[in-house]
Design a protein around this ligand. Structure first.
Ligand code: CS2
Length: 486
């Protein structure tokens, strides 16, 4: 079958970029051009160029894997966005102009990052890409960071590249960058600023001052459910569009991007594409992380322990649904300061409907990865909030227990690890031969992951250990039912 590319684009049976793509220059570098970026920020940029123009082509940079460059280079960066909702639709996105693998050509990547046409770097490098310690500081012992601090002119980590790009721009008097984190972390821009400046301070004090004073780090909230692309999606896209696309992306129709109003004047017209620019990004991000992502992690660990496969399966399981629909209103929502005018119970109802979308198969396995980087943003703050008012959030504690028990059972069964941070800290991991209660007890001592205050709270600790034992002894469904109806 004919492949999607510049040459064949006109024959695609799908919506096409509505601007002169050939004339557009690269103005954005994106680190981590996986499915989420291409289904989200790249679509906003595509729409922004269609409405208001501008040289906002994207150069996607994969730090390690060649897969995306190999898939998209023969397609001139073009790919299909397939929206899976009541009325499915296909659209070719043109904003990504090129994709490169940094390992293959680091000089090219640094030249792009320091080019005067480029003024914005966006990134989806996942929670672990920030190399943050539980205490909010840069993990200088992280292997990638330690190597880049040793040899900062030849970076290989995302943070190393960003710092070197800032150095090159400062030295050549090229205007400073705006660095936009699009990962699911609370205060993602502030966290990015911390790790970038702490790294710079280790190698060059004045560079750290320049970054603090001149580089912008807006906080953002990103949202759109984007399951990984599989063969079924590739096949369906080729049937629908008449062209073979090796790297299409699928997502739900819903999409939201809230960006802190700390953007430069010269930038894509993302608002015209539906993004919200506001001073109040914090409440949006807290709402989304604790409700949507918190519910995702809940359904994931409980669901996988119960033998469910997808988010839709899990939300259709009566006990899991009752559990998450009790947890969010009773324990999560009371901890959130809602964005002005937003009803949190209405927001939660919409999310249940999104999870029920029958046109999307979102694998729990995908969401289960890197729990040690996700649970601290999604569930711990709920437990801590209630601790501060003298209560134990038993349902949220149950989610932590399910995550720990999932981890124990997976390891005991000899499955390969899917949590990079835990693997990195393997020496601290308790033996998976321990029984559930002793494993949970030992797991709660991993200081880099579990906040001390939480781990040392006798009632919270007891609640988590009790739940882990109940899950192991009675099965997750019975255990969840007894938490719901004590
Ligand atoms: C999910 C998110 O994989 C996960 O951890 O919770 O990717 C989620 O689908 C997105 O944040 C939705 O915007």
């Amino acid at each position: 079958m004919t492949r999607l590319s510049n040459q064949t684009l006109s024959t695609a049976k799908a919506a096409k970029p509505q601007y002169d793509r050939a004339a557009v220059k690269v103005g954005i570098v994106h680190l981590g051009p996986g499915a989420f970026h291409r289904a989200h920020q790249a679509v906003y940029t595509d729409d922004a160029m269609a409405v208001s123009g501008g040289d906002w082509g994207i150069c996607g940079v994969s730090l390690n894997s060649r897969g995306m460059a190999e898939a998209l280079s023969p397609q001139d960066g073009l790919y299909t966005l397939t929206l899976r909702d009541k009325s499915p639709s296909n659209r070719i996105i043109g904003s990504v102009k090129e994709v490169v693998c940094a390992k293959d050509d680091p000089d090219y990547v640094l030249a792009k990052l320091s080019h005067p046409d480029v003024s914005i770097v966006t990134m989806t490098i996942t929670e672990k890409g920030y190399a943050l310690l539980g205490n909010g500081h840069l993990d200088v012992d992280n292997a990638g960071i330690a190597k880049d601090v040793e040899s900062p002119r030849n970076p290989s980590s995302a943070i190393g590249y960003l710092v070197e790009a800032c150095r090159l721009r400062r030295a050549a008097a090229v205007p400073p960058l705006t660095l936009i984190s699009c990962d699911n972390l609370p205060s993602n821009g502030d966290k990015l600023k911390t790790v970038v400046t702490e790294f710079a301070a280790l190698i060059d004090g004045p560079l750290a001052d320049y970054i603090t004073g001149h580089v912008r780090f807006p906080n953002t909230m990103v949202d759109s459910i984007t399951p990984a692309t599989d063969d079924g999606v590739i096949e369906a896209v080729s049937v629908a569009t008449g062209l073979h696309d090796a790297a299409p992306v699928q997502r739900e129709a819903f999409s939201q991007w809230v960006i802190e109003d700390n953007l430069p004047e010269h930038r894509p017209d993302w608002e015209a594409a539906g993004a919200t620019v506001t001073s109040d990004v914090h409440s949006f991000e807290m709402t989304k992380l604790r409700i949507l992502n918190g519910a995702h992690s809940t359904l994931t660990y409980l669901g996988l322990l119960a033998g469910e496969v997808s988010v839709e399966d899990a939300i259709s399981n009566p006990t899991l649904r009752d559990f998450v629909d009790a947890l969010i209103p009773s324990e999560t929502i009371p901890t959130i300061e809602a964005p002005k005018g937003l009803s949190l119970s209405g927001y939660w109802s919409q999310i249940i409907a999104r999870f029920e979308n029958p046109n999307i198969v979102h694998l729990l396995e995908q969401i289960s990865h890197d729990g040690s980087q996700k649970i601290p943003a999604r569930i711990f703050p709920v437990i801590e909030h209630h601790m501060n008012t003298g209560h134990v959030a038993t349902r949220a504690c149950f989610v932590v227990a399910a995550w720990i028990e999932f981890n124990r059972q997976r390891r005991a069964a000899g499955n390969p690890p899917t949590d990079g941070y835990l693997t990195h800290n393997i020496t601290l991991l308790p033996s998976s031969e321990l029984d559930a209660a002793n494993y949970a007890d030992a797991f709660l001592k991993i200081e880099a992951v579990i906040p001390k205050k939480l781990a040392e709270h006798a009632d919270v600790r007891a609640s988590i250990i009790h739940a882990a034992k109940a899950i192991a002894d009675d099965g997750v469904i019975n255990a969840a039912q007894s938490i719901l109806n004590p």
